[in-house]
Write a protein that binds this ligand. Structure first.
Ligand code: SF4
Length: 321
């Protein structure tokens, strides 16, 4: 049996093997094996990742995920609660809620559960809750309320992908740059001044003109990002943008240059952010021992720092940056 992403891609070399069965839905394999799908959390050293959902139905024009991961599939809330209790019982102080598209958590469950319900439970059971990537248009009033009550750590990763409306439209992203900015502003209104914002950006999307690139650059520059992941556009076979690339692709050298310009900008912004929190006392979670009496740690607003002293992983420490 071949399952998951690989089954959805139907590799032709596997198709030739006698007896191979393609079953994309892992749940079905579990049924076939007469066992239940066991949801589990990834237990990192200090900050376990709890995957609360999988799949996506947004079909952004460049993205292969909806094709390979299939439709939305949320972990039922009672199963999430059991995992959160397991995390607490293992003495973890922080949980990271992750998934492919966590803003759509619960839509497939038809029982009214939402991401804000998971946040509420995670805060109650574990304490510190960090959100994985969350789409700007899915930050609800309930989530903002929870942020204002310090139930969510002051670190937000909100994928932008591009700062030009015309490119966002070609990417089939369901928001404009102005709407994205509004979402960031709403978070800023309710969270502490040292809140960290991260994002993802694509450079050299098919047809990206110099003007569109500059719009994107200036948009990024105008927002308080503390870090950003930059990807030079790379076409994925089977997506709409794969076809666009064939007819309107950007010269690879230009893509590379534009990506480098954006990376430099994010590096500058990261340094500015670090300087802005100099002297501020933040709570950090101890990660690894680097050498005797020196530990790596992650702050509440997602800065990597080093702390001298004698600690143990998972421990929370109040530190002046
Ligand atoms: S980029 Fe994100 S929202 Fe868009 S299709 Fe891919 S997984 Fe879904």
């Amino acid at each position: 049996m071949v399952t998951g992403c690989y089954a959805r891609k139907k590799d032709s070399s596997l198709e030739k093997i006698k007896g191979v069965e393609f079953i994309p839905e892992i749940e079905k394999v579990a049924q076939i094996l007469e066992s239940e799908l066991v949801y589990d959390a990834f237990f990192g050293r200090s900050r376990p990742f709890l995957k609360i959902q999988s799949g996506c139905d947004q079909f952004c024009s460049y993205c292969i995920i909806p094709f390979v991961r299939g439709p939305l599939k949320s972990v039922p809330l009672d199963a999430v609660i059991k995992l959160l209790e397991k995390i607490r019982n293992e003495n973890f102080k922080e949980v990271v809620l992750t998934g492919i598209h966590i803003g759509k958590y619960g839509l497939d469950l038809n029982d009214g559960s939402k991401l804000s319900d998971v946040i509420e439970q995670a805060h109650k059971i574990v304490g510190r809750v960090r959100l994985g990537s969350l789409e700007s248009h899915e930050i609800t009033d309930e989530i903002l309320m929870q942020a204002s009550q310090n139930k969510i750590l002051p670190h937000w990763h909100i994928p932008l992908q591009h700062g030009s409306d015309t490119v966002l439209k070609r990417m089939k992203r369901p928001y404009t740059a102005a709407q994205y900015r509004k979402s960031i502003e709403k978070i800023i209104e309710v969270t502490p001044p040292h809140t960290g914002f991260g994002t993802d950006i694509i450079a050299g999307f098919p047809g990206e003109t110099e003007t569109e690139f500059l719009e994107s650059y200036n948009f990024v520059k105008s927002l308080p990002f503390s870090y950003g992941h930059v990807f030079p556009f790379s076409p994925r076979e089977g997506t709409l943008a794969w076809t666009m690339e064939k007819t309107n692709g950007i010269n690879p050298q230009i893509k590379k240059e534009r990506a480098a310009i954006l990376r430099d900008l994010f590096a500058e912004k990261h340094n500015e952010f670090r300087s802005s929190v100099k002297g501020v006392k933040l709570t950090a979670i101890i990660e690894n021992e680097l050498k005797s009496n020196l530990y790596s740690a992650t702050t509440e607003n997602y800065l990597s720092i080093e702390i001298k002293g004698s600690y143990s992983p998972k421990e929370l420490v109040r530190a002046a940056i």
